[in-house]
Design a protein around this ligand. Structure first.
Ligand SMILES: NC(=O)C1=CN([C@@H]2O[C@H](COP(=O)(O)OP(=O)(O)OC[C@H]3O[C@@H](n4cnc5c(N)ncnc54)[C@H](OP(=O)(O)O)[C@@H]3O)[C@@H](O)[C@H]2O)C=CC1
Ligand SMILES: O=C(CO)[C@H](O)[C@H](O)COP(=O)(O)O
Length: 473
């Protein structure tokens, strides 16, 4: 039976190879195919004892023929046209009962379109979000599935088996129909961008403002990883800061160009947030910071024209305990925005997203896994409709940490250390506790130039003005 798979996987890159081995390790036979045949050979050579459960194929025809119907075929290829191309190539080879599963980082609108397009086909289609990088894919990722109950009934047991576990609970769940799984994965990545950016901002304060060498930065992150900030991203930040460059012998961080890459999921999150009219300024700032990081020439010109930033902080003006509290506050505010976006999408698209389950399956396996997500899962279960800042224990944590966030943002800003994500979190928080914002001025301006109208605070009728329109010229 080992060589009669119902399962297949296309795309033996970083994620696909690791996922295929994970699937095989859990006792499943699986056929594998990769566009470049030599990659398949290298993959099989590295599979060791698991090779007996793997059926390599040289052509797509051979691959499909090697899978016993009903077939479940996982795609692990780059998002976008490559997925459409793979589906088009598979179309003539598949039959009733077959299921194609896109496990890459697809844009959820593409997934919705593919689900619609497959409605008239013999085979079926579902999209799942997978997080955890190579190690997660190999040993247990977090899996956000999109599809209907029948899809989950069919694929759920396998997805749960290969997923990470938190206290024996699988970090895999059905998010909702169509593109819901990929939407949740997209927001996961938006939060990932923001988490990473805020950590990088505290690194900047330590490096540029406090004169910390890389080892001192590593010591700080290691210490934080033993407290409320304990998380995969803090852990790897400590390891990154500790690493030495094999060429110069100096800190690895010091030789890495400060130009952040991005494949699009963070940008998609920001775009979708605008469509949903939900404010996620911490994630927006993180995406903007990546964009600005690419403009090295302009940044060098700016330093020449206006004077270089940042400057050192006055001695004793900030310490690592304050920075840690600032990051705790920033993290809570960022997740509050991310979960609010998920709640808004859930209502807008009638998805009924399982909010507590989302926090639960992010507790392990994925890149944003952290201790705090356990409390978030509990808070979302107790008060599903409530923004996290109003939920226990986060209200109390914010009361304790908000002053540190303000001190960090103001002190860093005074020294020209850019902390856009932390500052965006603070402004959002300040707005969320402002009973009367200056939006009355916006409404008056809109009515002045466009007769858009406004509401009065006393509820009385207010058609327009009075603005004395001659004054406009
Ligand atoms: N890397 C990560 O940490 C994570 C990645 N993802 C997502 O998983 C998917 C795969 O990523 P990853 O494994 O990192 O990517 P890799 O670049 O490592 O692998 C890409 C795979 O896709 C194949 N491929 C590329 N272009 C084509 C094409 N035109 N036609 C057919 N096959 C093609 C490659 O085959 P060949 O060998 O022939 O080039 C290779 O097998 C992406 O959607 C990514 O966003 C999701 C979570 C984490
Ligand atoms: O999905 C992921 C992690 O969850 C991938 O690693 C993704 O590539 C990260 O996004 P980017 O490359 O834009 O930083």
């Amino acid at each position: 039976m080992e060589n009669a798979p119902h399962l297949g996987l296309i795309g033996l890159g970083t994620m696909g190879a690791a996922l295929a081995l994970n699937i095989a390790e859990k006792g499943n036979a699986i056929a594998v195919f990769n566009r470049t045949g030599s990659v398949t050979d290298a993959f099989m050579a590295s599979a060791g004892a698991l090779a007996g459960r793997l059926t390599p194929a040289r052509t797509l025809e051979e691959f499909v023929a090697a899978i016993t119907p009903p077939r479940s075929i996982i795609l692990m290829v780059p998002a976008g046209p490559v997925v459409d191309d793979q589906i088009a190539r598979l179309r003539p080879l598949l039959g009733p009962g077959d299921l194609v599963i896109d496990a890459g980082n697809a844009n959820y609108t593409d997934t919705e379109r593919r689900v619609r397009d497959c409605a008239g086909e013999a085979f079926d289609f579902m999209g799942i979000g997978v997080s955890g990088g190579e190690d997660g894919a190999r040993h247990g990722p977090s899996i956000m599935a999109g599809g209907d109950a029948a899809h989950w009934q069919r694929m759920g047991p396998l997805l749960e088996a290969i997923s990470a576990k938190y206290n024996d609970e699988p970090c895999a769940a059905l998010m909702g129909p169509g593109g819901a799984g990929h939407f949740v994965k997209m927001v996961h990545n938006g939060i990932e961008y923001a988490d990473m950016q805020m950590i990088a901002e505290t690194y900047s304060v330590m490096r540029d403002g406090m004169g910390f060498a890389a080892d001192a930065v590593a010591d700080t992150f290691e210490a934080w990883n033993r407290g409320p900030l304990a998380s995969y991203l803090i852990e790897i930040s400590g390891k990154v800061a500790r690493a030495a460059d094999p060429i110069t012998g100096g800190p690895m961080l010091d030789v890495i160009l400060d130009k952040a890459g991005q494949k699009g999921t963070g940008r998609w999150t920001v775009i979708e947030a605008q469509h949903l009219a939900v404010a996620i300024p911490v994630i927006e700032a993180a995406v903007g910071a990546r964009n600005l990081s690419a403009r090295l020439d302009d940044r060098q010109k700016g330093a020449r024209v206006f004077g270089a930033m940042p400057q050192s902080l006055p001695t004793g003006s900030l310490d690592t305990a304050t920075l840690e509290q600032a990051l705790i506050a920033g993290k809570i505010l960022c997740y509050a925005q991310g979960f609010e976006m998920l709640a808004r999408a859930s209502a807008q698209f009638s998805w009924d997203l399982p909010m507590p389950a989302i926090a639960r399956i992010w507790r392990n396996g994925c890149i944003i896994r952290s201790e705090m997500l356990n409390d978030m899962a509990r808070a979302l279960a107790e008060a599903p409709g409530e923004n996290l800042i109003f939920a226990s224990p986060f209200t109390a944590m914010l009361r304790e940490s908000a002053a540190a966030l303000r001190k960090t943002v103001t002190t860093a800003t005074a020294a020209g250390i850019a902390v856009p994500a932390l500052a965006a979190g603070l402004s959002w928080f300040d707005t969320m506790r402002t009973p009367r914002t200056p939006a009355n001025m916006i409404q008056a301006q809109r009515d002045f130039f466009g007769a858009h109208g406004y509401e009065r605070i006393d509820g009385k009728d207010a058609p327009h003005g009075p603005w004395g329109h001659a004054a406009a010229h």
